[in-house]
Design a protein around this ligand. Structure first.
Ligand code: RAT
Ligand code: ZN
Length: 409
């Protein structure tokens, strides 16, 4: 008997705990790295950028320099109390979070939310958010060269097993030779010149730190003009160090391509933008490194179809997530459809990119609300084509795709 596909997809999402393969979240035991609660949530850089659109230019810098709670008050007044309806994706996200926590999103101020958050320990708040969002594990973005983060790994701390390590490479490899002093300071004898000594020491850094973090993969964000092969320093370091270590350690190399950093520096974290990437570079990378698995997320909407086609040609490419400016329902729907149509289940449809713990409460609800109908349509087509579909088939597929795919757990 034909199953009710809509119900089966809903059940599959309900019964499966998500593995969120790219976030900027950290456990409470990492002190200032742990971001949660209303003030952090409301000052998320997406919302600050939206607030800045409403401020006179002369006030943007002053706003950015306010203490976090005062910034939150400005954002709250500007985007939730005083203006028009909060219908941007980032605004809607806050409404979903507050609703999930049983709070009134039309409150005049943040006092009720602050009270709820202050009354709970960080550990209890973490449990609450994981439980309510249906997330089992989050992958962090770990940078041993970050002065706030590095000491935790150097000195040791209790790591909540729900948080898994990912070695982020931007600060160690980009804008060479800027990273030289930082790498030397933690014991790696790199030189300004990109010579054999430098390559050997960077490989040692990658190996040591993938080990210390038990890194699930190494990740780097790259600009639209990233070329391979090339004499460019980042490209050279990827070729001489990152790809060989990914191959030897049998972990993926994640590349997040298309970001143009700081097009408007006054907006700080909100000042980055995007550009299209020439995917012929990815063809060359995947061809040269057949033993490396590449987890790929590309920022420009224009490149998404080409990424799927490139992944069809190279089984060592796995597209993942709808990254950053793509994390909007209209675009998620389109990208998920084209991925399923061209790659079947061999992709990781989404990650949250959450920076603040509370965001797990909306990023996943919103994504699943958009992705589920795409699955319903594909499974209905399958059933109508004559495939005797079972509930278990759908559960298995969703468990695979939202549990990190084949490459991760
Ligand atoms: O999505 C974001 O919040 C961005 O600011 C970045 O963190 C981006 O996701 C990245 O990992 O570089
Ligand atoms: Zn990110």
């Amino acid at each position: 008997m034909a199953i009710n596909v809509e119900q089966a997809v809903e059940n599959a999402f309900k019964s499966h705990k998500i593995v969120d393969i790219h976030t900027h979240l950290y456990p409470a035991s990492m002190g200032p790295m742990y971001l949660a609660g209303p003030d952090e949530l409301i000052t998320y850089h997406y919302l600050k950028a939206e607030t800045s659109r409403n401020l006179p230019l002369s006030e943007v810098e002053g706003f950015n320099n306010l203490p976090t709670d005062q910034q939150a008050d400005v954002v709250w007044k500007m985007l939730f109390v005083g203006g028009t309806s909060p219908i941007s994706e980032a605004q809607l996200g806050v409404v979903t979070v507050m609703n999930a926590l049983g709070l009134n999103p039309r409150a005049d101020d943040l006092s009720e939310f602050r009270q709820l958050h202050n009354d709970m320990s960080a550990e209890d708040y973490t449990d609450l958010v994981f439980e309510k969002s249906g997330v089992a594990k989050v992958y962090m973005t770990n940078d041993p060269l970050d002065p706030s983060e590095g000491p935790f790994w150097q000195n040791g701390f209790d790591l909540d097993p729900r948080f898994q390590g990912v070695l982020r490479l931007d600060s160690a490899l980009m804008n060479w030779p800027e990273p030289v002093d930082k790498l030397k300071a933690i014991g790696y004898e790199v030189e300004t010149a990109l010579n054999e000594t430098t390559f050997r020491e960077i490989r040692r850094y990658l190996n040591d730190w993938c080990g210390k973090l038990d890194a699930r993969y190494m990740a780097i964000s790259l600009p639209p003009d990233f070329e391979y092969p090339s004499d460019d320093t980042t490209s050279t370091l990827m070729k001489e160090c990152v790809y060989p270590i990914a191959r030897d350690r049998r972990i993926p190399s994640a590349m997040m391509v298309g970001v143009t950093r700081q097009v408007n520096p006054i907006l700080k974290d909100g000042g980055d933008s995007l550009g299209s990437w020439d995917l012929r570079n990815l063809e060359r990378i995947a061809r040269d490194w057949p033993e490396v698995n590449f987890l790929m997320t590309i920022l420009s909407r224009e490149d998404q179809h080409e990424l799927c086609v490139t992944a069809r040609k190279f089984p060592n490419i796995t597209p993942f997530g709808c990254w950053w400016f793509l994390n909007n329902p209209s675009i998620i729907q389109e990208i998920t459809s084209e991925r399923i149509e061209l790659l079947g289940t061999s992709c990781v449809p989404q990650h949250s990119d959450a920076r603040i713990l509370d965001q797990l409460l909306y990023k996943w609800t919103h994504s699943i609300r958009t992705i589920a109908p795409v699955f319903v349509s594909k499974y209905s087509d399958l059933q109508n084509a004559g495939w005797p579909l079972t509930e278990q088939d759908i559960k298995n597929d969703i468990a695979l795709m939202f549990g990190g795919g084949n490459l991760l757990d």
